[in-house]
Design a protein around this ligand. Structure first.
Ligand SMILES: C[S@@+](CC[C@H](N)C(=O)[O-])C[C@H]1O[C@@H](n2cnc3c(N)ncnc32)[C@H](O)[C@@H]1O
Length: 268
């Protein structure tokens, strides 16, 4: 398959990363987030499952876009969905496949770019995109998601986000050259930050374009004001305050947040 420059670069990065992640297969898989989803109410990932567990997914055909090592695919399968999942990286998909086999779950995995999916039209009841849209060509991927979804299918996204104004501040010379290098180790720890060359946070304009063709937006929630930006997410105490702040400042949350969780039904 002929890849764009961006896809080739993403593939090279994630292929390399997958080589360092094979220990996942020696660790137990955690089902906490589907068994006790409200436990970490301040966290977007747990909130996503707090919503997913309220749906009846039994027998629903669900797609996980850019599935990585398969965490969401496995969890959706455990919730009873017929899961299809794909990623650009065959190395990641093989880890996901091995995990699913180990957990006794039947999931249909594939390797392909999100911009050119091979699924039939009108095939899925549910589509989940977590931390993937900021790695892809958004218009092409959204076109594909809409094409492969049934009319009224549920679309759920959980993505890194920044208002374009906040993003400008983040990429100002002062932050880029002076503040960020000094904060990097505190935020990400000693390891190399997991950031690819071509990824870019979704802006309010991206969200507007994605949400526009939805028949109904079920919810739109904003997370991570200071957490993950200047405060690491390992401090639950700060994460809770951060989430409460964004709830209190709801009208201006789109300017402040660093992550968005939203869902809607696809109109055809
Ligand atoms: C940050 S990871 C997220 C993985 C998974 N969704 C999760 O949240 O654990 C980004 C993933 O996107 C995949 N990816 C990057 N570009 C892609 C593309 N054009 N099509 C499909 N997958 C892509 C990468 O291989 C990687 O697995």
């Amino acid at each position: 398959m002929a890849l764009t420059e961006r896809q080739a670069s993403e593939l090279a990065y994630h292929r390399e990363r997958a080589r360092t992640q094979t220990s996942i297969l020696n660790q137990p898989f955690s089902w906490d987030v589907i068994n006790h989803p409200s436990r970490r109410w301040w966290n977007a990932y747990w909130q996503m499952y707090a919503y997913l567990v309220t749906l009846n997914l039994k027998g629903k055909r669900a797609l996980v876009v850019g599935c990585g090592y398969g965490e969401d695919a496995l969890r959706l399968a455990k919730l009873g969905a017929d899961v299809y999942a794909f990623d650009l990286s065959s190395d990641s998909v093989s880890i996901a496949g091995a995990l699913a086999e180990r957990e006794g779950l039947n999931i249909v995995f594939a390797v392909m770019p999100a911009e050119t999916m091979t699924y039939d039209n009108d095939f899925f009841d549910v589509v989940i995109a977590r931390d993937i849209l900021h790695h892809v060509d958004i218009p092409r991927t959204i076109n594909e998601i809409f094409r492969v979804s049934k009319c009224d299918a549920l679309f759920l996204a959980n993505e890194i986000y920044s208002h374009s104004f906040t993003d400008k501040v983040r990429h100002s010379i002062l932050v880029e050259r002076v503040i960020y290098p000094r904060m990097q180790t505190f935020i990400y720890g000693r390891g190399k930050p997991y950031i690819t060359e071509h990824e870019r946070k979704l802006t309010e304009q991206d969200i507007q374009k994605i949400v526009k063709p939805l028949r109904k937006v079920v919810f739109k929630k904003y997370f991570n004001f200071l957490v993950t930006r200047i405060i690491p997410d390992r401090y639950d105490y700060f994460s809770k305050i951060d989430r409460l702040l964004l709830i209190l400042l709801r009208p201006i949350a789109p300017f402040l947040a660093g992550r968005i969780l939203f869902s809607g039904h696809i109109k055809k």
